[in-house]
Design a protein around this ligand. Structure first.
Ligand code: ZN
Length: 286
């Protein structure tokens, strides 16, 4: 059973937030140029200046398809990530899926916003000492082809965030669908390229019966990042993130999107409104 505030219907689709656990990240790195005196009002840091983030994944069930957006760090995440980020997984994505009666073979499509370790770790699982295999044996894995290239041949600055050895088996098994720009995944479900965090980062839009849901991915990692200038230091192209947020927000308000974030611990869903020149996040009541 999932808690009421973790699940929502958008027309014919049922969307559930499942988290693969939590991790701790330096608050300064999470808010870029924004001074601590401002961001700490929204995200209280611990004594080591770290804030707690969720590893959010979204399960989208609609007519004829079960789609999983993001797979967290996964069960076989490397020790160095666990220690560095104080990763806590219990119970973890796979256990939550099992609790809903969804076995690995029930997932039709896996979509990753991008391929940093905290978004695609559960794409593959260990099979043998140094071998990996797709965790969802029947699934197609939908990734932007530019992001795939970047993950396998990362630029030096971004290298620590990618684990190519864990991704390659997807290509080998033929399960990979490389997308070229905005792409319809299934009727009503569209991958939307939102560059900034990485060059080919993508969000996901679900539209049904006049309602819309938008998953921001790392473009807006938490509701505390709703202001246009609250952008992570991790973003490779922060100016692009700013411009993309501005563009998306206009539509989010006009079309009354339900929105969701990649790393928000408290809020699985919300909406947003414009208040003067600023934007405000409105949590969705359970
Ligand atoms: Zn992330």
């Amino acid at each position: 059973m999932t808690a009421p505030g973790e699940r929502l219907e958008i027309g014919e689709f049922e969307i559930t937030r499942l988290t693969d656990g939590t991790f701790l990240v330096d608050g300064g790195a999470m808010f870029g140029v924004v001074p601590r005196t401002l961001w700490e009002k929204r995200a209280a840091p611990d004594r080591e200046n770290r804030i707690t983030l969720a590893l959010n994944c979204y399960l989208i069930r609609g007519p004829g398809a079960t789609i999983l957006v993001e797979t967290g760090v996964g069960p076989d995440v490397d020790r160095r990530y666990i220690d560095f980020y104080t990763v806590r997984r219990e119970p973890g994505l796979f256990a939550l899926l099992e609790g809903m009666g969804i076995g690995p073979e029930s997932v039709d499509v896996v979509v990753n916003s991008h391929l940093h370790f905290d978004h695609c770790g559960g794409n593959t699982v260990r099979s043998g000492e140094k071998e990996w295999r797709p965790a969802f044996p029947r699934a197609r894995y939908a990734v932007q082809s530019g992001e795939w290239e970047q993950a396998l041949h990362p630029v030096e600055r971004d290298k620590p965030s990618y684990v190519p050895a864990r991704l390659k088996p997807l290509e080998k098994s033929g399960a990979l669908d490389l997308l070229e720009g905005n792409s319809v995944i299934r009727e009503g479900v569209e991958a939307v390229v939102v560059p900034g965090h990485t060059a080919f980062h993508q969000g996901l839009k679900v539209t049904s019966r006049g309602r819309a849901f938008f998953y921001f991915g790392d473009t807006v990692p938490t509701s505390a990042h709703i202001d246009l200038s609250y952008i992570m230091s991790y973003d490779l192209f922060p100016v692009e993130t700013f411009n993309q947020k501005k563009k998306l927000y206009e539509r989010a308000v006009a079309e009354e999107w339900v929105i969701a974030f990649s790393h928000d611990l408290r809020h699985a869903f919300g909406t947003m409104r414009k208040a003067g020149h600023r934007y405000e996040f409105i949590p969705l009541a359970a």
